[in-house]
Design a protein. Structure first.
Length: 421
């Protein structure tokens, strides 16, 4: 094997201490640390969280993480690692099982088994079915009782309303819970992405599935995971030369949430530098534009929900206020909201200059651009959540896995097109 060829799922060979730790005992040492520390995190969440859906997640996930820790130890003793299979089993136990339990309990009458995001998305689906737009305008929101105005906002792209349509069409059943459909799209996108990459990127998959931020988010809220999974699928498609499919994947992600737009912008540059812009751009730009059609019913309602509210100019304040630099600046510095906005714009311009001067030529480099760019944005945004870190962490973890694409199958999209090498 050539000196630069990586072990399964770890990308090109690296010699730093972090890389050596990642490869120790064939990756099992880091797996054990991941599951052991995650078990502690889940237990602390179950015992101390002020959010009841989070506590319910932790009560189930802690036992699954602990079981996976024991299984990893057994694999080490027997010298028979099955890391890929174990990752998917772990994901079923720490994310999908708690999700289904909470959905069933919610359908049975428990009002404390879903985060507000789930209700918002389901309300979007109901409004889309009834009125043709998923948004309430400023006047309609202000007419709501003060305690309900926050839930009147829907700070997502119109495509997110699709996940609320099953509830609107079939009523309150466990399988109409928006999280069930979030999970199905997430699973489909991740499985498709992994199938495109050889060897299977175990560590990368762990960061998108069993990592506590991702598992907790999917089980209790869930709306970020389809966006992340579709973005990762788009990167995997680019790595294997399927730029039309990549455009569809990232276009679908951008139709759900604005967080996908930076990824879309970076992939546009990658498609241009690799000579694949004509295949990538139509769907990448067309799908989110088509998804905006329901917003045309009331453009002011769209602006109020998707632009003003996330920027802190809505009728009520967003609860997304984790103590990152952008939020702290807005609270502690006179005119801090404008200072934070200026820093965010400056960071965006700096990344734009780098994209122009040193554009990405591989999907791996594009993933780094996306990861660091979103990390800067999350840290500097005036209103943000700790859970949003799942985006940059997963994108950065996937970068090594994107360096060794598998050849496109002749039966799949773009099979005869140019590929990155």
């Amino acid at each position: 094997m050539p000196a630069q060829t990586a072990r399964a799922g770890s990308g090109p060979s690296r010699t730093g201490p972090v890389a050596r730790l990642d490869r120790a005992a064939g990756g099992l040492a880091a797996d054990a640390a991941l599951y052991g520390l995650s078990a502690v995190f889940a237990l602390i969440t179950a015992l101390t969280s002020t959010l009841l859906p989070h506590r319910a997640w932790g009560a189930i996930a802690a036992w699954t993480y602990l079981a996976m820790f024991v299984v990893v130890g057994t694999q080490f003793l027997l010298r028979r690692p099955a890391r890929t299979a174990l990752t998917w089993v772990a994901w079923a136990g720490v994310a999908l099982l708690p999700l289904v339990v909470q959905a069933v309990q919610r359908a049975g009458g428990r009002a404390d088994r879903a985060q507000e995001e789930v209700l918002v998305v389901e309300h979007m689906g109901g409004r889309l079915a009834d009125t043709g737009t998923p948004y309430l305008g400023p006047e309609a929101i202000s007419a709501l009782p003060p305690g309900e105005q926050l839930l009147g906002y829907a700070p997502y792209q119109p495509g997110m309303a699709v996940f609320g349509l099953p509830r609107a069409a079939f009523g309150d059943a466990w399988w109409t819970d928006a999280r069930i459909w979030f999970a199905l799209v997430t699973a489909g996108a991740l499985v498709a992405a992994v199938r495109l990459l050889r060897p299977h990127p175990v560590r990368a998959v762990q960061f998108a599935t069993v990592f506590p931020i991702c598992a907790l988010t999917l089980a209790t809220g869930g709306d970020d995971l389809p966006v992340l999974a579709l973005s990762l699928l788009a990167l995997a498609c680019c790595a294997s030369g399927r730029f039309t499919a990549a455009g569809l994947a990232i276009g679908a992600a951008a139709a759900l949430k604005l967080f996908a737009l930076p990824v879309l912008a970076v992939l546009l540059v990658l498609a241009y530098t690799s000579g694949n812009l004509r295949r990538f751009a139509p769907l990448a730009l067309g799908v989110p534009l088509i998804a905006l059609l329901p917003a045309a019913v009331d453009s002011d309602a769209f602006a109020e929900n998707v632009i003003r509210f996330p920027l802190g100019h809505g009728l009520v304040t967003s609860p997304a206020q984790s103590p990152f630099p952008g939020y702290l600046i807005t609270q502690a510095v006179p005119g801090g909201r404008y200072v934070a906005a200026g820093l965010l714009v400056a960071a965006g311009l700096a990344i734009a200059v780098l994209l122009v001067r040193r554009p990405p030529r591989t999907a791996a480099t594009a993933a780094l651009f996306c990861g660091y760019g979103l990390l800067a944005a999350i840290l500097l945004m005036p209103t943000t959540r700790f859970g949003y870190l799942l985006y940059p962490l997963a994108l950065l973890a996937w970068s090594p896995a994107l360096r060794r694409p598998s050849p496109p199958a002749s039966t799949l999209d773009d099979a005869s097109g140019p590929r990155l090498t």
